[in-house]
Design a binder for this molecule. Structure first.
Ligand code: SAH
Length: 301
């Protein structure tokens, strides 16, 4: 089984790009920055941290002592206020590395009626909840992120209120999690779209896993090419993108229909609200979880 040297450096945030470049150049592999994980939305939306943790992976065997010496001398030359911390080196087996993230994804209840579970867990007792099975692959949406859970809870409320939901749009479907929830909560036809072809493929696979493939159409169809008259539109994207797409989103919503927006950092909520202000919408609810917000509007005319 292949192994890797994992080299971790904690550096002042201002030096993180330079150190990441050095690690990438020396290792010939990708690097990881702890404040820029996969499960975050936009790089610019993350509050700057005083320090950043940069991790690089070097094949084993490789002249790791020489690489570490280069890194130590580079860090020493950055001239920060404090002496740099020594890089930490660890030998990791490939299998651990590829699978380690899975330990963070465990079955979890959401709202009153949903249970999200990874595809590799044997089904626990669902206690009468609708089970959503997810194999996320490289797509966003395990239910581990606050914004996904905010959307799921809000969707559950909207559909639980007996809303007429024969047509639902999940804009930016990622793993397909919201579309699958909609189908399982009793929606009619669901259109799940994403600009990322890989996400579309993963969403389609997850729909099959959940036996809702007939009900959910997954595609990379751009928003502008979709029809109108959706009863519910879900969009867990990003504040800027939501505001940019606002006219196209509202146009596709049926009068009386609900739009559920998330991917909004609390400090960007006012910006999103002002972007949706000029449309015939009534704000039904604003939910928050941690530093994230979710807005639910109803189209009034
Ligand atoms: N709906 C999932 C995934 C949200 S991540 C959940 O709630 O967990 C946001 C997704 O939106 C990403 O997969 C991204 O590729 C997609 N996306 C971003 N901008 C988009 C756009 N303009 N149209 C469609 N999809 C978009």
């Amino acid at each position: 089984m292949a192994s890797w040297y994992e080299v971790t450096c904690e550096v002042p945030a201002a030096d993180s790009e330079a150190v990441a470049e050095l690690l990438a150049e020396l290792s010939g592999c990708g690097v990881c920055m702890e404040n820029r994980q996969v499960d975050t939305f936009a790089v610019e939306s993350i509050a700057p941290l005083a320090t950043a943790v940069i991790t690089g992976y070097f094949t084993h065997p490789s002249p790791i002592e020489q690489h570490v010496a280069r890194i130590v001398s580079f860090l020493g030359g950055l001239g920060g206020p404090a002496p740099p911390a020594a890089p930490q080196v660890r030998l990791v087996a490939e299998e651990d590395w590829a699978d380690s993230w899975k330990s963070h994804f465990r079955p979890m209840t959401v709202g009153r009626r949903l249970l999200v579970t990874p595809s590799w867990e044997t089904a626990a007792d669902a206690g009468g909840r609708q089970v959503i099975i997810i194999d996320p692959g490289m797509a966003f949406g395990t239910g581990g992120h606050e914004t996904t859970r905010l959307c799921l809870r809000c969707l559950e409320q909207v559909l639980g209120d007996g809303a007429h939901a024969s047509r639902i749009l999940d804009l930016g479907t990622g793993s397909g999690i919201l579309a699958i929830a909609a189908a399982k909560l009793g929606a009619g036809q669901v259109d799940a779209v994403d600009i990322d072809e890989q996400a579309v493929r993963i969403a389609a696979e997850n729909c099959s896993l959940n036996q809702v493939a007939e009900q959910v159409r997954c595609s990379a169809t751009p928003l502008k090419e979709l029809g109108e008259g959706y009863d519910v539109i879900l969009a867990n994207i990003l504040a800027e993108e939501l505001v940019r797409l606002a006219p196209e989103i509202v146009r596709r919503l049926a009068v009386g229909g609900s739009v559920i927006l998330s991917g909004i950092l609390a400090e960007r909520e006012a910006f999103v609200r002002s972007g949706f202000d000029s449309f015939p919408l009534a704000l039904e609810a604003a939910h928050a979880d941690g530093e994230w917000s979710c807005l639910h509007y109803r189209r009034t005319a």
